[in-house]
Design a protein around this ligand. Structure first.
Ligand SMILES: *[C@@H]1O[C@H](CO)[C@@H](O)[C@H](O)[C@H]1NC(C)=O
Ligand SMILES: *[C@@H]1O[C@H](CO)[C@@H](O)[C@H](O)[C@H]1NC(C)=O
Ligand SMILES: *[C@@H]1O[C@H](CO)[C@@H](O)[C@H](O)[C@H]1NC(C)=O
Ligand SMILES: *[C@@H]1O[C@H](CO)[C@@H](O)[C@H](O)[C@H]1NC(C)=O
Ligand SMILES: *[C@@H]1O[C@H](CO)[C@@H](O)[C@H](O)[C@H]1NC(C)=O
Length: 429
């Protein structure tokens, strides 16, 4: 009990003592290109879904190519190893100010796009080689005025956006839904769907099946949240070639509607802030989103450690922004929360440190023994994975940075975890 009180005090002191984290690089977050897909597509709502999958090999080659300089920490060797048992209030932290004027010496901060891919899941593979110009041998839903797939929900009469929005059964679906075990309900019955960099893919469902959607999330790598909603979609692909007197080439700017149950999956926490997609116009057709519920298990999920790392420790205080004397660099990867990218970055950095030390004939190299991975949420919406690497294992008590303002945008830290190598690297050959 007593030691808990001391720890809490240490965290509080550190949080207030570190208002300007020397290691948070706004530019890295601001300049990183967003993934090209941040939510389910508006067109072709087939039960054909693309689920985010991480191509570790190509990710590793991209990250390695971006790690271009060897780095060192300002506390190294035996003194660095001792840090694992120290708290940030110890001498190591006092020395932190010494490095604050030269923060970039250890920096290898880079930005990059996603080097993971959206690949079709096996459930959507065509059973046979499809005929050219068709979709799995059927009509291509992207053709002019092609019938659109699915649409398992009721047909709303009259067929207008207003009647769809007001349809009582949809609100009843949202309001009577039971929250699946291990999830928290984070929003209910909104008229907007989630949109964020942490998008993983979507499914269409036959009913407002919250448990079915949870099951899709539970079986999808990196998924920690889902959004289920009902969408008014066009029955035909809206097209306006020619006009109503000449329909050659397709003329159906405002087809009748169908009702889709959609289930989208997310690789970071969601809340009402990220529910911003209220539907669009497609020519004269109006897409409408209703009965949108969000469920989140991010707080109940311990991320999987990359190979060679111990199970991670929860940095409940936020990001590790002290520990500057042990810090080797940081980088940011837009997309879902994926500590694997931080592990790859750590490996790429130590490989370069070794190579550089060897070339110089040095007797040791700077190891990378720990990384801190967390998500950055801009004004509440998940942006991607921020990684900081360290030459030694620091206690989670070093974590105290919860976020910072840049202009009127708040960059908040969530789900922060510390990963350390199971076998510590001494840096000696
Ligand atoms: C979508 O495809 C999966 C796998 O083929 C199937 O189990 C599911 O029933 C389909 N969903 C709908 C709504 O057709
Ligand atoms: C009908 O519309 C098509 C496609 O826009 C166009 O190519 C064709 O010339 C039009 N025919 C007539 C008779 O206007
Ligand atoms: C579609 O919208 C345009 C522009 O608002 C309008 O001129 C046209 O009459 C509409 N067509 C249909 C079929 O509703
Ligand atoms: C990690 O810590 C955060 C902040 O205290 C907490 O909300 C979350 O539930 C913890 N995660 C797990 C998996 O225990
Ligand atoms: C998760 O934990 C954080 C920190 O304790 C808290 O602010 C947030 O509201 C929690 N999320 C949910 C869905 O309960």
């Amino acid at each position: 009990m007593r030691s808990n009180i001391i720890l809490a005090a240490a965290i509080a002191r550190m949080a207030s003592a570190a208002p300007a984290p020397q290691m948070f690089d706004f530019a890295a977050v601001l300049e990183a290109p967003s993934p090209s897909v941040t939510g389910p597509p508006q067109t072709a709502v087939a039960n054909a879904t693309s689920i985010y999958s991480v191509d570790t090999a190509s990710l590793a080659s991209v990250i390695s190519s971006q790690v271009t300089s060897a780095v060192t920490a300002s506390i190294t060797g035996a003194s660095a190893s001792a840090a694992s048992t120290e708290l940030p209030t110890s001498s190591a932290l006092q020395k932190r100010s010494a490095i604050s004027t030269v923060p970039t010496t250890a920096s290898t901060t880079t930005t990059q796009g996603q080097s993971s891919t959206l690949t079709s899941s096996s459930s959507t593979a065509c059973p046979t080689t499809p005929e050219a110009g068709t979709y799995c041998g059927f009509i291509n839903p992207e053709d002019p005025c092609a019938p659109q797939p699915d649409g398992y929900g009721p047909k709303v009469v009259p067929d207008t956006p207003a009647a769809f929005s007001a349809y009582p059964a949809f609100q009843a679906n949202a309001n009577s839904a039971v929250t699946p075990a291990n999830y928290d309900l984070v929003f209910k019955d909104l008229n907007a769907a989630t949109s964020a960099n942490s998008y993983l893919g979507f499914y269409t469902l036959k009913t407002y099946d919250v448990n079915g959607c949870a099951n899709h999330c539970d079986t999808t790598n990196l998924c920690t949240a889902f959004n289920i909603y009902i969408e008014r979609d066009p029955s035909l692909n809206p097209t306006a070639n020619g006009d109503s007197s000449n329909s050659t080439g397709g003329y159906c700017p405002d087809p009748s509607s169908i009702t889709n149950y959609k289930c989208s999956l997310w690789g970071a926490s969601i809340d009402a802030t990220s529910a911003t997609n209220t539907g669009q116009g497609r020519l004269n057709f109006t897409t409408v989103v209703v009965a949108s519920n969000g469920y989140d298990k991010t707080n109940h999920t311990t991320p999987v450690a990359p190979p060679a790392y111990d199970p991670p420790k929860n940095c409940t205080g936020g990001a590790i922004s002290a520990g500057g004397n042990y810090w080797l660099g940081s980088t940011f990867y837009p997309g879902p929360f994926n500590p694997t990218v931080c592990g790859i970055y750590a490996q790429a950095q130590v490989a370069l440190n070794k190579q550089t030390a060897k070339a110089k004939g040095a007797s040791c190299y700077t190891p990378v023994n720990m990384f801190n991975a967390y998500t950055i949420h801009k004004n509440g919406v998940a942006q991607g994975t921020y990684c900081s690497i360290f030459n030694t294992v620091l206690s989670p008590a070093y974590s105290g940075f919860r976020g910072a303002w840049s202009g009127n945008e708040f960059f908040g830290v969530r789900q922060s975890w510390a990963f350390s190598l199971s076998a510590q690297d001494s840096g000696n050959w």
